[in-house]
Design a protein around this ligand. Structure first.
Ligand SMILES: NC(=O)c1ccc[n+]([C@@H]2O[C@H](COP(=O)([O-])OP(=O)(O)OC[C@H]3O[C@@H](n4cnc5c(N)ncnc54)[C@H](OP(=O)(O)O)[C@@H]3O)[C@@H](O)[C@H]2O)c1
Length: 259
């Protein structure tokens, strides 16, 4: 009984509101399930309505409180509209998870301005704009959690990292700047760093069994990541338990990055 109270005080998200971009698929969907499972009223945000509906059905069937908002984070106007629509559901978020991301992977020599702009808009500008929209309010209320999702490609070139790796490197820097600004007011800002995770983002690479096995062999755990591997780390970074952890990168990669 005491252990249960102690753990819920540390990790419970009861009474919190969470917004998870990219919450309809892959890592974002698993994080949304974890946050809703820990008690947060959770809004998932992406473009595709069918996947959003399905994700919310799963979350509510599991006993969580969840809703979806359709929006395109690829334009500034789209980000603003989606942010306001999200607030319209459960109110201002206490927890913001930026998991929406794209990886277009043209060879460097063919990387044109359109791919560069689209990548930066979704992977970097949207997290920046959502931070500007929600960070100050979190600071004013004295509690907030911003969780970014970057990539091992912020740290090393890998399968035509191109603009994608650049956007993720900058995202980690953005997290540190946000942490510097808002941590004195109870808002922590951290980054989850995935290695290779079997999600729709990697459909092409995941279809090559030799590549998949070679990547698994590069981890210390001996397998590639699953979206569910992010659940515990996300609840930790969203909860009271991580109050003194800010501006950090938490590698959830089976040890891919440590050797
Ligand atoms: N899988 C990996 O191995 C891996 C490795 C390193 C980092 N990551 C990062 O982890 C995060 C999640 O990736 P994932 O593997 O879970 O990918 P995923 O399964 O493809 O999910 C991406 C999510 O982002 C949403 N999204 C994409 N473009 C959007 C836009 N313009 N506006 C709104 N939502 C948009 C997608 O929904 P719609 O398409 O319906 O909009 C989807 O919900 C990404 O930031 C990715 O860069 C993944």
């Amino acid at each position: 009984m005491i252990a249960k109270d102690y753990l819920s005080e540390l990790f419970s998200l009861d009474g919190r509101v969470a917004l998870v971009t990219g919450g309809s698929s892959g890592i974002g969907r698993a994080i949304a399930a974890a946050l809703a499972g820990a008690g947060a009223r959770t809004v998932v945000l992406a473009r595709g309505e069918a996947e959003l509906v399905e994700a919310v059905r799963e979350l509510t069937e599991a006993g969580g409180q969840a809703a979806w908002v359709a929006g395109d984070l690829g334009t500034r106007a789209g980000v603003r509209a989606a942010a306001e629509a999200a607030v319209g559901v459960f109110g201002e978020p206490d927890i913001l998870v930026n998991s929406a991301g794209i990886n277009l992977r043209p060879p460097m020599g063919e990387l044109d301005e359109e791919v560069w702009d689209r990548t930066m808009a979704v992977n970097l500008e949207a997290p920046f704009l959502l931070g500007q929209r929600f960070g100050p309010g979190m600071a004013e209320r004295g509690f907030g959690r911003i969780i970014h999702v970057s990539s091992q490609q912020a740290h090393r070139a890998f399968v035509q990292s191109g603009a994608y790796g650049v956007s993720k490197g900058a995202l980690e820097s953005l997290a540190r700047s946000q942490a510097e600004a808002w941590s004195p007011h109870g808002v922590t800002v951290n980054t989850l760093v995935p290695g290779f995770v079997m999600t729709p983002l990697n459909a092409r690479l995941s279809a090559d069994p030799e590549r998949v096995a070679a990547l698994a062999a590069r981890t210390l755990v001996g397998r590639n990541g699953l979206a569910e591997d992010f659940a515990g780390a996300a609840v930790f970074l969203a909860s009271a338990a991580s109050a003194y952890v800010t501006g950090q990168c938490l590698f959830v990669d089976g040890g891919f990055s440590s050797h």
